[in-house]
Design a protein around this ligand. Structure first.
Ligand code: FA5
Ligand code: MG
Length: 446
């Protein structure tokens, strides 16, 4: 079991689906919004035979784990709402790409921002070479609609379709869904912007003999795929990193502290992640790399080489506007939204907390059963506590020396964004979480 858990941990690091060095200091104040999570208790209701998401009906099966709360985010499209902070960031990135790659008659990059977040497992995983046994495919990491469909876990899910449709340079913007940890910079629904750029050899160097693709392929090295020439890979890396460094400097200023880390994605090689300094800590903004040639070949493209990147929009907005908590992006409060009503997308905005409300902190310790999944508990807390849950963290792990039984102690921090949350109300949610954890996850409260 431990080996299995360690393996999962290792795969996570390699996949880099999570940001590992990205927890900026918490600010004590947040503000506006949201629903009463006590109104529904989804865990206790049975999964219906079919569910409606974004106006479509899907049959459910044993894979279904998307909850009504999560599917209620589909179609909100906050990134398309004029002057929403995510819209501002989206527009700034598009403007930057149009400036950097002007195109002959119209901007080189096509913007695709209206694709449904319900995708097939083929799109989200197979089409971009995610192995069959990869951890990101598990029910504990993704939100499945049923065995064949899920809420996209990244905008990379659309790479292959768009390549097949003939696009060579494109930006895809959309909401993505992950069963993830809960803290100020992670949320189960967030937004990404995917960038893809293909190049012919003659576009890389003004030399008729210059080659980008090797035929036959040779051996893969840490810095280059087997079918790419090292020269072409180096030109692509320079263009990719130059583009993304330029983007970050255009947003945060020339003096921004940034660093590149080597990374791993099944769909790129080599791969990198970029981090910027935020509140004295490194915050991961994006992942990128040289596209696996097989993805291009499968889409019928044999004579071009490409790079791709996936940028987290919330992270950029948080860093740029000093928004302290990722939950705020879902706020409908005019005190929040009105701060972004600007005529010029480049206007410098510094978010001011509308008001301050105290936190309520409650701990829960329990013995866990053998196949306990930490993400199942996060999910349960999210379902029961909704927007009132600010953070969930493990503060103690214990293994009984004789019985070998394991126990975990979680600290759950509650805070209402619009008013003071009474201790009674926090206690009642907390009790509910304990009860449902016992009923549904088989834990034993200590
Ligand atoms: C990916 O999702 C890759 N698809 C990115 C990519 C695209 C790599 C194309 C190569 C080529 P990652 O899981 O690291 O990678 O997520 C990308 C970015 O999304 C992160 O850098 C971060 O900015 C943001 N992000 C990831 N998880 C969350 C979360 N739970 N909440 C908010 N933002 C997140
Ligand atoms: Mg990452």
């Amino acid at each position: 079991m431990i080996a299995q858990l360690e393996m999962r941990g290792l795969q996570r690091v390699l996949w880099s689906y999570r940001s590992l060095s990205s927890s900026p200091c918490r600010c004590s104040s947040t503000s506006p919004s949201v629903v009463d999570p006590l109104a529904v208790n989804e865990r206790t209701s049975k999964i219906p035979e079919s569910i409606q998401i974004g106006g479509h009906t899907y049959r459910t099966d044993s894979w279904t784990n998307v909850t009504p709360r999560i599917s209620s985010f589909v179609g909100k499209n906050i990134y398309l709402r004029k002057n929403h902070p995510l819209w501002l960031i989206k527009e700034r990135i598009i403007a930057y790409f149009n400036w950097r790659y002007p195109g002959r008659y119209s901007p080189a990059f096509t913007v695709v921002d209206n694709l449904s977040p319900v995708v097939t497992t083929e799109q989200n995983f197979d089409s971009i070479l995610v192995p069959a046994d990869h951890v990101s495919r598990s029910k504990s990491d993704s939100y499945y609609v049923n065995k064949s469909h899920l809420l996209r876990a990244h905008t990379s899910a659309h790479q292959s379709d768009l390549l097949r449709s003939g696009f060579r340079e494109f930006l895809v913007v959309g909401d993505v869904y992950r069963r993830d940890e809960i803290n100020a910079t992670h949320y189960p629904v967030f937004h990404q912007m995917e960038g893809v750029r293909l190049r012919y050899a003659h576009e890389l160097r003004d030399d008729p003999d210059f080659k980008a693709i090797k035929s036959p392929a040779e051996v893969r090295s840490p810095g280059c795929q087997e079918s790419h020439t090292e020269e072409a890979a180096a030109v692509m890396e320079k263009d990719l990193k130059g583009c993304l460094e330029g983007l970050v400097k255009s947003l945060f200023g020339q003096k921004v502290e940034l660093r590149w880390n080597e990374s791993f994605f099944p769909f790129t090689h080599p791969s990198w992640e970029m981090e910027v300094k935020y509140n004295n800590e490194w915050l991961e903004l994006l992942g990128c790399g040289i596209m696996e040639q097989k993805i291009l070949n499968n889409a019928g493209i044999h004579d071009q080489i490409g790079w791709a990147c996936g940028i987290g929009l919330e992270r950029i907005a948080m860093r740029l506007y000093e928004i302290p908590d990722i939950r705020l992006f879902w706020s409908e409060d005019s005190g929040f939204l009105s701060q972004f009503e600007v005529d010029n997308i480049r206007k410098l905005i510094k978010y001011k907390a509308v008001s301050q409300f105290p936190q309520c902190t409650n701990d829960v310790s329990f013995w866990i059963p053998e196949h306990f999944e930490k993400n199942d508990f996060y999910e349960l807390v999210r379902d029961c506590g909704g927007e009132l849950v600010e953070q969930v963290k493990i503060i103690d792990e214990f293994t009984h020396p004789k019985s070998g039984r394991k126990s975990l102690c979680y600290r759950i921090i509650y805070r209402h964004m619009e008013k003071t949350l009474t201790k009674d109300k926090a206690n009642s949610i907390h009790k509910n979480i304990e009860k449902i954890a016992v009923d549904k996850l088989g834990v034993q409260i200590r």
